[in-house]
Ligand binder design. Structure first.
Ligand code: NAI
Length: 432
């Protein structure tokens, strides 16, 4: 599973050779660890156009010191960009600082929602997406670039704290919409303390990392997995001080059984269980089609409906489903998987506003790209190498990257983030 190329490219001869041969130059990413919880530098706050909000207090609470020398975080407030002329200010603000942004640094551009009544504003604000995605592709050195559309400064705090931290190391080229702020009392050290989180497929891989990260953030975790994986589920649960639930999520009564196992209710539901049965459509019998749609989509719909109907998800609850870039961009040999994961996106976008209005629960999805797991270690070498390199960071992500993104969406202060599909893909070249 080790990415030997990444290690070699980090040595002096590796740097020389990869540059000479025009090969990808992945930089080691600064990921969150208790010993290095923050970016290794300060914050530079820039503006373009007349800002719509006063973001200074929110940015001050990130704890990043002000830095105009070698900033690790650059926030460009472009919420007031309403026409093409104002876009020149985006260039004027960022062009002079590009050389000084630290390795593994972050650029976050703040925009406004597109105004359907003003096509000049809409053009200028949409332009920010092309700008951010292009800058993400060229910036290099483990640096990321993302766009957050704001309707309310207070609603952005959990999102800014996430994007301006090592927790978002593998999230780049994303456009994240935020809505109105939801009131929540927050302990930023252990935000999920006193909350219960259930992770399906939590016995290994990405699900195991999600369970560990939610437990780190204070949640009592329930690790759900198929009866065949019960031993692993128990091991994970014991390590995290949680409990295991041996259950096939495709069982018709899975929702009812989860509700029965959690009589006090649930705060965070992570639909992570997923399977692949790859084959081109021409060679794909129904036996390979159905289980993928059943595990990845039908059971997600069924359990979500059952748990919401039973009132098992408490107000302020969070549902995080797992899509995939294969569901956004498509992938040869994965018509079944791509369909199931695109279905997850449809579910999230449709249910999110209603779930928030009726139950006070947000619904979002993570869409992982190439993540280093047992699943991807089994991929043939050449395809694996292509998967690893074909993204702006020129390396695969780790299960922890998906887990950190899930933890941000599960955060009590993330109530303004709803109906979003956030790719954790290092800005994969596949799809938008
Ligand atoms: P994995 O195969 O390592 O783990 C999946 C877990 O789900 C296993 O523990 C399995 O026993 C469990 N599971 C499968 N069917 C189940 C069922 N019917 N009921 C309960 N549990 C069940 O997979 P990995 O790589 O950790 O993926 C996790 C999720 O992320 C999946 O939804 C996958 O589609 C998605 N994903 C993964 C990517 C990657 O690069 N690894 C890329 C994009 C999406």
């Amino acid at each position: 599973m080790a990415d030997r190329y990444l290690r070699f490219a980090g040595t002096a001869p590796g740097r020389f050779l990869t540059r000479r041969l025009g090969l990808p130059q992945p930089a080691p990413l600064h990921r969150f660890s208790p010993g290095r919880p923050a970016l290794g530098g300060g914050l530079l706050h820039l503006t373009a156009g007349k800002p719509e909000f006063d973001l200074a207090p929110v940015l001050a609470r990130t704890g990043l010191p002000e830095d105009t020398g070698t900033p690790a975080a650059v926030v460009l407030d472009a919420t007031g960009v309403r026409d093409v002329d104002a876009l020149a200010e985006v260039h004027a603000a960022l062009h002079p600082v590009m050389r000084s942004v630290a390795s593994s640094g972050r650029i976050v551009v703040l925009g406004s929602p597109l105004d359907p009544a003003d096509h000049h504003q809409a053009a200028a604000q949409q332009a920010l997406e092309g700008f951010v995605r292009s800058l993400g592709k060229e910036i290099g050195r483990g640096r990321t670039v993302n766009l957050v559309r704001l309707t309310d400064a207070g609603a952005a705090e959990s999102t800014l704290r996430f994007l301006l931290s090592p927790k978002s190391a593998y999230v780049s080229g994303q456009v994240i919409g935020t809505g109105a702020a939801q009131e929540a009392e927050v302990d930023w050290e252990r935000p999920l303390a006193g909350r219960t989180a259930l992770v399906t497929g939590g016995a290994r891989g990405i699900g195991e990392a999600v369970a560990a990260t939610l437990a780190r953030d204070g949640a009592r975790v329930v690790v759900l997995d198929v009866p065949q994986a019960e031993q692993d589920a128990r091991r994970v649960a014991e390590e995290l001080g949680g409990t295991a639930l041996a259950l096939d999520i495709t069982a018709a009564d899975a929702g009812g059984r989860i509700a029965a196992a959690l009589p006090d209710g649930l705060d965070v539901l992570v639909h992570n269980a997923g399977i692949t049965r790859d084959r081109r459509l021409v060679n794909m019998p129904a036996e390979r089609w159905s289980p993928v749609l059943e595990v990845n989509l039908a059971s997600v719909l069924r359990t979500t409906d059952a748990l919401l109907a039973a009132g098992a998800l408490r107000r302020g609850g969070r549902i995080v489903a797992t899509a995939s870039i294969a569901g956004l961009a498509g992938n040869a040999g994965q018509t079944n998987y791509g369909a199931s994961k695109a279905g997850v996106v449809g579910l999230v976008r449709s249910l999110a506003p209603r779930a928030l209005a009726e139950h006070g629960v947000t619904v979002n999805a993570v869409a992982p790209g190439f993540i280093e797991t047992k699943m991807t270690a089994a991929v043939p070498l050449f395809i694996r190498e292509a998967g690893r390199r074909m993204n702006s960071l020129a390396q695969g992500g780790l299960p922890a990257d998906v887990a950190e993104t899930t933890a941000w969406l599960a955060h009590p202060a993330s109530g303004a983030v709803n109906g979003q599909v956030v790719r954790v893909c290092g800005q994969s070249l596949l799809g938008a």
